[in-house]
Every structure is written in structure tokens, then in C-alpha cells.
Design a protein around this ligand. Structure first.
Ligand code: TXA
Ligand code: MG
Length: 319
């Protein structure tokens, strides 16, 4: 990844002043732009533009029942789209900008086009921390709907090259900001009165949320809220994936962790955050390797390890 950019496809351009200006022009014209965030690369469009949002679903091959996250510059902007009670505002104040998405009731005059929320009366909102995404939000003045920039069901992209490989010509401009630091999608939290529920585990852990809320997340369903996009098979390489593998067969690409060396190691120090930052790249590499199958070492089901195991379970799930 260092230095060489021959892995970058035609559409990927190193981020800079000129590319931000081009991105803004494209977004204002109803186009799509792939943009790095601290979690994964997103495929962004103006969330108030029905045609542009339809183009996101088309480019990804995404089912229309799976709503999108809207990215905003700050909590004030978020309040124009969603209703923040004390619980929601508490999480936002403590963890935004950052890898946390809050699902809250839509405001009555929410300008976001219906397809973004897949007809639900709630909306998923996030204030991202990545400087490129933040600059794009500021410079465009738009609220950006952005799912992960991959074909629906495939492995999420943590580099511009992953976006090129997954979406290719469907995306005319990819802002290349290098590899994503967190490497795993935001934690999604649904708010219901005083209660909150984790809809998708991610970089923000249950322990962090509990420390802020002063109470643990509920496991009961909140109102009608679910995460309609959390399908059993997702993040899936083309090859079969075997989990909990201490050793591997000759035809398996072995993704290691800690003492399990593997063909590559997610973190020799058993550091879960480091492992998260490399997981999707490892799956991409394993998929592109000459081995027929993929084996993954056991990863502890604690803290961010819960999110890693969630993604791996879906990656290994029959399609
Ligand atoms: O880190 C991330 O969250 C990345 C970056 C680009 O921000 N985005 C991302 O988007 O992961 P996507 O589309 O791959 O996942 C969005 C998830 C889906 O599982 C969807 O079902 C859920 O958010 N979602 C969106 N709106 C929702 C709502 N109103 N209620 C419940 N779940 C919702
Ligand atoms: Mg996704």
C-alpha cells in the first residue's frame, strides 16, 4: 500500500482541493462519489435527491428495503433530520464525531427522500470523524446518504482499491484517503425513550455506551425498530469461509490472529482494534489469492471482537 499507486483504478483519485471541488460538483449534480470515512469507504449522494439515492441502490445492487445512513457535520444538523431525546443527545455529545450511528424518529419536516429510510419513520444518523468526509460535508453543505461502497452482500471496502474492485465503473469518482483507520462499520444504536439497543456491533463497544448511559443496552426490540439490512449472509467473499481455525488445510488461505500465525496475521499482539482495521483487507486478499477456501483463526468475543465475530459469522454464512 505504501508509495505505489498502481493498484488504484481509473476512478480513484488522491484526495486534495481539486478532487473535493469535483466531488462537490458531482454531488450537487445528483452524482455519486465514493469517500473514505474512519470506518469504511462510503458511496455518497445527496440524501434529499430521490434520483441520486436511487442510483446508490442501483450501483450497489442493494435491496430497496435496506435503508441508508445519513452523514451530517454535527449534532445541530442531525437535529434537523431526527428527533434527539436526552439519551440520544447524550451518546451524540460523547461519541460524535465517530463510529456511532443513531437510529431515532424522523423529524416531521425531514427533507430526506423516502428511499433513504426505506419508508420507515426512523432515520439512521452519523457524524463521521474522517477529515475527507468532514471536508466534503462542509464544502457541499449537503447531508450525505452513504452505505458502504461495495456491491450489496460483498466485503466492505477499507481502501480505494477495494471500491474499484467491487463497484468499478459504477463510481465515477473515488476520493482516495488511504486505508480506513477503524476498518469496521459503525456501531448502530436504536434509541427508544430511555432505552437503547445495539442493532449492529461496531467500534463503539457496549461497555462504552453503558458508561455513558449508566445502564446496559436492552436486548428487547425497541418499538418497530430493527436493522432491516442485517442479513445472515453479508460481507461475503466468493470463497467458502471456515471459522475458529487453529490450523489450515493446504487449499485454505489462513487468516491468523495472535498466536495462530496464519498466512497473514490480523494482530500478532492479539490487539482487537488492530485486527478490526485489517479484517476486510484480509478477506479481500484471501479472496484474490490462489487458494480455494478461507480459514480464520479464533477471535475473542469481547469488546470490538464482538463486531469482528459478527462480520465473520455473516461472511461464513451460506449465500
Ligand atoms: O460505518 C458505517 O456505518 C458505514 C460508513 C460509510 O458510514 N456505512 C454503512 O452503511 O455501513 P451500510 O448501508 O452498509 O449499513 C447501514 C445499516 C444497514 O444495516 C441498515 O439496515 C441500517 O444501517 N439502517 C439504516 N437506517 C435504519 C433505520 N431507520 N432503522 C434501522 N436500521 C437502519
Ligand atoms: Mg454495508
Amino acid at each position: 500500500m505504501s508509495g505505489s499507486n498502481d493498484h488504484i483504478g481509473a476512478a480513484a483519485r488522491r484526495y486534495g482541493k481539486a478532487t473535493i471541488a469535483e466531488a462537490v460538483a458531482r454531488l450537487r449534480g445528483g452524482g455519486l462519489v465514493a469517500v473514505p470515512t474512519e470506518t469504511v469507504y462510503g458511496l455518497a449522494a445527496d440524501s434529499t435527491d430521490a434520483t441520486a439515492v436511487a442510483e446508490i441502490y442501483r450501483a450497489k445492487g442493494r435491496p430497496d428495503f435496506n435503508p441508508l445512513i445519513v452523514h451530517v457535520p454535527d449534532l445541530d444538523a442531525a437535529r434537523t433530520l431526527g428527533q434527539f431525546n436526552e439519551r440520544a443527545a447524550g451518546f451524540a455529545a460523547a461519541l460524535w464525531p465517530g463510529p456511532l450511528t443513531l437510529v431515532v424518529p424522523k423529524t416531521e419536516d425531514c427533507p430526506v427522500t423516502a428511499a433513504v429510510t426505506a419508508g420507515l419513520d426512523t432515520i439512521a444518523l452519523r457524524v463521521p470523524a474522517h477529515p475527507v468526509m468532514r471536508e466534503l460535508l462542509q464544502a457541499s453543505g449537503l447531508f450525505l446518504a452513504a452505505p458502504s461502497a461495495n456491491r450489496s452482500g460483498g466485503i466492505s471496502p477499507t481502501t480505494a482499491d477495494h471500491v474499484t474492485r467491487s463497484l468499478g465503473k459504477a463510481v465515477p469518482l473515488i476520493l482516495d484517503g488511504g486505508p480506513c483507520e477503524r476498518g469496521i462499520e459503525s456501531t448502530i444504536v436504536a434509541i427508544g425513550g430511555d432505552d437503547y439497543r445495539i442493532l449492529r456491533p461496531g467500534p463503539v463497544t457496549a461497555a462504552q455506551l453503558e458508561a455513558i448511559a449508566g445502564k446496559p443496552p436492552t436486548t428487547a426490540r425497541i418499538g418497530k425498530i430493527e436493522a432491516p439490512g442485517q442479513l445472515a449472509s453479508h460481507y461475503a467473499p466468493a470463497k467458502p469461509v471456515r471459522l475458529g481455525a487453529q490450523t489450515a488445510m493446504a487449499d485454505e488461505y489462513h487468516i491468523g490472529f495472535g498466536p495462530v500465525a496464519g498466512d497473514m496475521n490480523l494482530s500478532e499482539d492479539s490487539d482487537l482494534a488492530e485486527a478490526a482495521s485489517l479484517l476486510f483487507a484480509a478477506l479481500h486478499d484471501a479472496d484474490a489469492s490462489d487458494r480455494l477456501r478461507i480459514a480464520v483463526a479464533p477471535i475473542p468475543k469481547t469488546e470490538i471482537g464482538l463486531a469482528l465475530n459478527d462480520r465473520l459469522r455473516r461472511a461464513a454464512s451460506p449465500k
